[in-house]
Design a protein around this ligand. Sequence first.
Ligand SMILES: [Zn+2]
Length: 61
Amino acid sequence: MNDQTPTLKCPQCGQPMTVPVTARIIDRSRDPVTRRAFVRQRDLQFCSQKCGGHYQMGCEG
Ligand SMILES: [Zn+2]
């Protein structure tokens, strides 16, 4: 029996996400051409809001 369900893993803790939650991650990046800083928003899925919060903190440094 093949399991066709892709297992999504939390980008923060690496655990399989049984019930993914979406968290908005805001980080800053710099345009390589114009060298201007800009704010980037991404909706990423995590195993919990807690992991989303940790990931966001990592982005802020
Ligand atoms: Zn996690």
